[in-house]
Every structure is written in structure tokens, then in C-alpha cells.
Design a protein around this ligand. Structure first.
Ligand code: GUN
Length: 297
């Protein structure tokens, strides 16, 4: 697929359209899913667990269920109240671990404050870990024997590959060191032969690192945190952030960690928010589910 060079205020920046990459990839996943159905006599299955009433999580989960429909994956949804006990959540997960129609389990994070996400993840059977978040699967990933791949970092790699952005030998900076994005992102970039620096909230001079980087993946979790003056000429910027920002007129819109519009004439390519990394995260979740399903044949 050709990229669409989008002109921002008269200067061309290559917009890395995760949404378009996603559409093409979902069509391939739907074909793999149909193939599985022929072999197994049932579709691949994803169980989604959502605890509490975080509005953003409800939107993400609805998008995941919609993607299941698009790709021929059977989805089930367990919506649990905010006051759910750890014991009950564990029972729900263990029931899904034992369900032969469920190939992948996704526990939407964050959990309400009284529950520990890190602990709850360990209750998911590694063979059904659609997010690649269990300690076993992260260990497998580090040792090159992954059953699945963390969805957001994998989606970033697929976008870079799709647009022929060469990673080997490049200086890559990852901002953020979470288990879900930053750490596996650094690993995947390093596996693709980039020289990787991980920056975080205690990094002394962040700009010193970002200005030297050929590729910057920003997962800082801070709305519109970086912009003009932070990136190298002709660099590539991937924005993993997604935030809802209230405008002066009272309406709201989504924004990322990066002020992309300021980067005209500076960077070579960047991902938009929305429509960049977000759709890819969901697409890779579908691909992980089909992979797990094939492992259950
Ligand atoms: N919350 C925000 N992103 C994600 C994700 O990729 N997986 C899960 N389980 N929870 C999330």
C-alpha cells in the first residue's frame, strides 16, 4: 500500500497511517481465522474482561469486540462491577482458562485501585495470554520463544515495516518503561538490530537523547509533551499516547504525547493520534488470538 504524504502547513511529513495498515492486516487475519475454523470446526475465541466503569476502557473494549467481528473471532465479554473482589476475578479468569472455546483472554487494564493488575495477569494461563503480559510469556519473548507478542510494540514494528522504515543500525529512543509498551518495545527494536536507549521520567536530559535519535517511540503518558525542538531533522516519531483534551469551547478531542503539527519541515515521518498506533494495538491482539488458537489445535 502506498503512503499518503499529508501536507501540514505547506510542508510534507509522511503520515504513518496505522489505521490503513490495520485494515489490510485485519483482512489477512480474517483469512487465517477462517482457515482455523475449517480445521477446528469452530472459530478462534477471545474472552475480554472489563472491571469497573473507566470510560476510556469501555471504548477500547468496544473497539476490540468490533475487531473480533471483523476478523471472524468469537468474542465473549465479562463486565464486572468496580467492587469485584480479587477472589471473584481470579475465579472468572480460571473458568476462562478451562473453557475449550476460549483461545485468548484479555484483561483490560487498568483495574480499579483495590485490585493489583500485575497480580491478576499472573492468573491468566500463558497459553491464553492474548496480550503477552504474563511473566512466562515475557520471559519467552526475551529468550526468542514467544507464543504471542505484546500488541502495541508489535503494532509499531508492523507500521515501521509497512512503510519500509529501516530499523537496523539506527539509533532508537523509547520513552517509557512499562511492561506493556516501553520494555517490550525496546526489546523488539533491539531484535531488529536498532541501538536502543530507554528514557523515562527520571532521565536527566531527555532532549539530549531524542535529538540524537533516528526513531523515537513516545509512550510517556503525558498529553502533547514533546514538539518542536525535541526531534532530529528527518527523524521518525511514533506516538503511543492517547489522551482526551478539553478545548476552550468545551468540546473535547483526542491527542497524543507529541505535538505533531509543530514538526513540519523537521521530521521525515510520524504517526497521528487518533489513527496511528491505536488501531494497530487492536489488530495485533486479533493476530495473537488466532496464533494461540492454532496452538490449541
Ligand atoms: N489498557 C490499555 N491498553 C491496553 C492493552 O493493550 N491491553 C490491556 N490488557 N489493557 C490495556
Amino acid at each position: 500500500m502506498d503512503y499518503i504524504p499529508v501536507t501540514i502547513k505547506g510542508c510534507s511529513v509522511q503520515i504513518l497511517e496505522g489505521k490503513a495498515v490495520s485494515v489490510a492486516r485485519r483482512a489477512k487475519i480474517a483469512a487465517l481465522s477462517a482457515e482455523f475454523k475449517v480445521k477446528a470446526g469452530r472459530p478462534p475465541g477471545l474472552a475480554v474482561i472489563l472491571v469497573g466503569d473507566d470510560p476510556a476502557s469501555h471504548v477500547y473494549v468496544a473497539n476490540k469486540i468490533k475487531a473480533c467481528h471483523e476478523t471472524g473471532i468469537r468474542s465473549t465479554e465479562q463486565k464486572l462491577p468496580t467492587g469485584t473482589t480479587a477472589q471473584h476475578l481470579r475465579e472468572v479468569i480460571e473458568e476462562l482458562n478451562a473453557d475449550p472455546l476460549v483461545d485468548g483472554i484479555l484483561l483490560q487494564l487498568p483495574l480499579p485501585k483495590h485490585l493489583k493488575g500485575d497480580e491478576a495477569i499472573t492468573w491468566i494461563s500463558p497459553g491464553k495470554d492474548a496480550d503477552c503480559l504474563t511473566p512466562q510469556n515475557l520471559g519467552r519473548l526475551w529468550s526468542g520463544r514467544a507464543l504471542t507478542t505484546p500488541c502495541t510494540p508489535w503494532g509499531v514494528m508492523v507500521i515501521l515495516e509497512h512503510y519500509n522504515i529501516d530499523v537496523a543500525g539506527k539509533n532508537a529512543v523509547v520513552i517509557g518503561r512499562s511492561n506493556i509498551v516501553g520494555k517490550p518495545m525496546a526489546h523488539l527494536l533491539s531484535q531488529a538490530n536498532a541501538t536502543v536507549t530507554v528514557c523515562h521520567s527520571k532521565t536527566k536530559d531527555l532532549r539530549e537523547h531524542t535529538l540524537r535519535a533516528d526513531i523515537v517511540v513516545v509512550a510517556a503518558g503525558q498529553p502533547e509533551f514533546l514538539g518542536k525542538g525535541d526531534f532530529k531533522k528527518d527523524g521518525v516519531v511514533v506516538d503511543v499516547g492517547i489522551h482526551r483534551k478539553t478545548l476552550p469551547n468545551g468540546k473535547s478531542k483526542l491527542c497524543g504525547d507529541v505535538r505533531l503539527k509543530e514538526l513540519e519541515g523537521i521530521i521525515r515521518a510520524g504517526t497521528p493520534v487518533p489513527g496511528g498506533v491505536g488501531p494497530m494495538t487492536i489488530t495485533m491482539l486479533m493476530e495473537n488470538t488466532v496464533k494461540l488458537a492454532n496452538g490449541h489445535l
